[in-house]
Design a protein around this ligand. Structure first.
Ligand code: SF4
Ligand code: SF4
Length: 171
């Protein structure tokens, strides 16, 4: 009998807890996202992975050396690095150069292995998430811009002059 009454009291307490939460949310001010009208005001977390991009500077330079590490690490075959051999002006030797960096958004799982494994920081994530299209083939995109090239290495810092030797003391 004692257990029967305890169970009823416990059940009523749980019911009260549930109703309290319900009523609390009933009187709280409501917040509705007015998307897509608020598109320009929305802010996203920096770590949000929406689209893989290859940043270019104002001189159309990127940082991709066409090493292919990201392609090797991608588990879905989403990345295709197409390279060509080009004569290096500095050394006169043939050097691997990026021709096309192809990315298939349709097969990307946003795991981030490519950006983590790139040793040069040549690719990163953008917050651009609106990818609705009528044609799947448009999800297959080239990330390096036409006419772009690898950013030249920064000039080495000048070596500081050695301090002048002190004159020998006369004894
Ligand atoms: S996020 Fe993952 S699946 Fe997408 S391209 Fe990078 S490695 Fe491939
Ligand atoms: S994006 Fe990075 S890892 Fe991928 S090919 Fe270019 S330099 Fe290599």
């Amino acid at each position: 009998m004692k257990k029967y009454i305890t169970d009823i009291a416990l059940g009523l307490w749980r019911l009260f807890q549930g109703m309290y939460i319900t009523m609390l949310n009933f009187v709280r001010p409501k917040f509705t996202e007015q998307y897509p009208e608020n598109r320009g005001e929305k802010e996203y977390f920096d770590r949000f992975r929406a689209l893989l991009v290859m940043p270019h500077d104002e001189r159309n330079h990127h940082k991709c050396t066409a090493c292919g590490i990201c392609q090797t690490n991608c588990p879905n075959g989403t990345i295709e690095v197409v390279s060509r051999m080009e004569a290096d002006e500095a050394t006169g030797r043939d050097k691997k150069t990026l021709d096309r960096y192809m990315y298939d958004l349709g097969s990307c799982t946003f795991c981030g292995l490519c950006t983590h494994s790139c040793p040069f920081g040549a690719i990163r994530w953008s917050n651009e998430f609106e990818h609705s299209l009528f044609t799947r083939s448009k999800l297959h995109m080239q990330l390096n811009r036409p006419g772009s090239s690898l950013a030249p290495k920064p000039a080495p810092a000048p070596v500081p002059a050695a301090p002048a030797a002190e004159p020998a003391k006369k004894e």
